[in-house]
Design a binder for this molecule. Structure first.
Ligand code: UDP
Length: 245
């Protein structure tokens, strides 16, 4: 698997189809696998949070979720073939899970959102087995109970919507106890499926300006989104900002 190092952050050059095949292998093999949906905000957060950088380096799969990563690769003379967006991947996971009988658990998002997400996905895929949902926080007090619930539910695929980097740090911390073959942070994806938040129209996604839609819809993100121009400047002017490993 081709791996890029973008500002020292690993990003794997995988497509949607390859990602789902890898998930299938992970479920068949068992074991513990962490998947992260990397975007420029992740990369910039990791620059100042060594524990998050460590998690990304230890993840089995760092998906290229962010048009900015594809742009950076191209600018520096290499390529990431496809953007693999967590929010789109959710639907594809549901479809494959229904086909292969994976047991899925949805963790996180506001009260009722994971439940609504489960209902919508199950309506679309009657064979889908969502074996549990749990909203709430990744706090240290709540986590032992959540971990027990997931262990008892014999989960194949755990999707965690606590936002980055909280969700990824949580999976890293409890992953070995949970022993789930596929564990992935999905950010605000449940909100999109449940209709609590609206994703950019497809044309905007295809133009690579989903971030602009997000800024207009959720202007309080402006401070967080300053990471994007900072990312661009670091990529353009940094020495060896993008490397093929
Ligand atoms: N969230 C949560 N518990 C927390 C913090 C966040 O369940 O302690 C949820 C929140 O409701 C939302 C998601 O995590 O559904 C984070 O969404 P956001 O769009 O901020 O994530 P991003 O994709 O930007 O990382």
């Amino acid at each position: 698997m081709k791996t890029l190092s973008i500002l020292s952050t690993p990003v794997h050059d995988v497509t949607y189809a390859e990602t789902l095949d890898l998930f299938s292998d992970y479920v068949k093999d068992g074991g513990v696998h962490q998947i992260c949906t990397v975007n420029p905000e992740f990369v910039m957060t990791a620059q100042r949070a060594p524990e998050f950088m460590h998690v990304l380096h230890n993840a089995d799969l760092c998906l290229p979720d962010g048009q900015g990563l594809l742009w950076a690769a191209k600018l520096k003379g290499t390529q990431l073939r496809e953007r693999v967006a967590g929010s789109t991947l959710m639907y594809k996971i549901a479809e494959r899970a229904a086909e292969e009988g994976w047991r899925v658990f949805l963790l996180g998002a506001a009260e009722g959102v994971a439940n609504k997400t489960a209902k919508i996905l199950e309506e679309k895929h009657p064979d889908l087995k969502i074996v549990g949902t749990w909203s709430g926080s990744p706090s240290a007090e709540d986590s032992p109970g959540i971990v027990q619930l997931i262990i008892q539910s014999r989960v194949d695929v755990l999707l965690v919507a606590y936002g980055a980097p909280k969700q990824d740090l949580w999976i890293y911390k409890y992953g070995n106890e949970l022993k789930v073959p596929v564990m992935m942070g999905v950010g605000g994806s449940f909100d999109f499926v449940a209709g609590v938040a609206k994703r950019a129209p497809e044309w905007a996604q295809n133009m690579g300006i989903e971030w602009l839609h997000r800024l207009v819809m959720e202007p309080w993100r402006w401070k967080r989104m300053l990471a994007l121009p900072k990312f661009a400047l670091r990529v353009i002017f940094g020495k060896d900002s993008v490397k093929v490993q």
